[in-house]
Design a protein around this ligand. Structure first.
Ligand code: CDT
Length: 297
């Protein structure tokens, strides 16, 4: 499967959604030009990473959430996907009709139809205002925990799963999708380079990000494609290192910049099948009777 990851450089507070959609469109065209059938965009791709700012929920919802998808601002993405016959994955802040806020991602097929939706389950950070730190991480304040579980979708010739950012650090995320036969998991992320909780060397932020993707891709015999929004948003830096990881655990493509950048790879889905039929043959080798504690605690 020809796959593209479209990393986004910074989106500042002053940047309009229209300007972001233009950048996404340009990368979608580049992805298509390189033969991709699917392009993966980041988490909360349409705005700055607003959970770093303290405000009341109503203000956040008015400024940063989408009440419909598609809507007139993002419609050009759907139209271009249909024209080019390319699918895409897009993260955005969703406010449902009954007023529930989620950190959401959609999967759109090459006819421009939404075929899958995922709402982020592992919400990092805090809900209360944290004092003495350079920025907040208020996902627990602005979003509810996703209510749809970890699904998979048969589309574009593959069985695809989705997760969002912090979900990528939890083995259960991938395993639940692998148990449903996922061959490829796509995700977007916004990860601050500075750790507000302890004095963590900056390079470890990237190391642990890659470890999580590579280890889980391998242990579940799947491809993983991860797209960052990165660089310095109004002075708040987030790392790049968007990657496409093979079921071997190897990185087959990685961004060089911390700006808008497209990477591509030909994901041979049979490679994952080799692992799922042999060393990670769940039916033959898993021992769920010894894993009960995972659901009890
Ligand atoms: N967006 C997101 O989930 N970011 C988290 C940062 C965790 S630090 C509170 C991540 O895991 O990358």
């Amino acid at each position: 499967m020809a796959l593209a990851v479209a990393q986004l450089g910074p989106v500042h507070l002053r940047d309009s959604r229209e300007s972001v959609v233009k950048r996404l469109l340009q990368m979608m065209r580049e992805a298509k030009g390189r033969g991709a059938r699917l392009v993966v965009f980041p988490e909360l791709a349409l705005t700055t990473f607003f959970p770093r700012y303290w405000m009341d929920e109503q203000e956040a919802q008015a400024r940063f959430f989408e009440t419909a998808m598609p809507n007139p601002v993002v419609q050009p993405l759907f139209d271009e996907a249909r024209r080019l016959e390319i699918g895409f994955h897009l993260g955005y802040a969703e406010l449902t009709r009954d007023g529930r806020p989620f950190n959401t991602a959609i999967l759109v097929d090459p006819s421009g139809t939404i075929v899958g939706k995922y709402r982020k389950i592992h919400l990092p950070g805090h809900a209360e205002r944290k004092e003495g730190v350079p920025f907040q991480h208020l996902e627990k304040k602005y979003f509810q925990v996703g209510d749809r579980g970890f699904g998979v979708w048969d589309t574009m010739g593959a069985r695809l799963g989705m997760c969002i950012c912090n979900d990528r650090r939890w083995p259960e995320t991938y395993r639940v999708m692998a148990l449903q036969g996922a061959e490829l998991v796509v995700l977007g992320y916004n990860t601050p380079s500075y750790n507000i909780n302890w004095d963590e060397p900056t390079h470890l932020r990237t190391t642990t990000h890659l470890l999580a993707l590579q280890g889980n891709a391998h242990m579940n015999g799947m491809w993983v494609a991860a797209a960052a929004k990165c660089g310095s948003e109004d002075g708040f830096h987030m790392f790049g290192s968007s990657v496409i990881v093979a079921p071997t655990g190897e990185i087959v493509a990685r961004t060089l910049s911390e700006d808008d950048e497209v990477i591509t790879a030909n994901a041979d889905l049979r490679l994952g099948e080799l692992y799922r039929q042999n060393i990670f043959n769940f039916g033959k080798h898993r021992r769920p009777e010894h894993y009960g504690l995972i659901l009890e605690r």
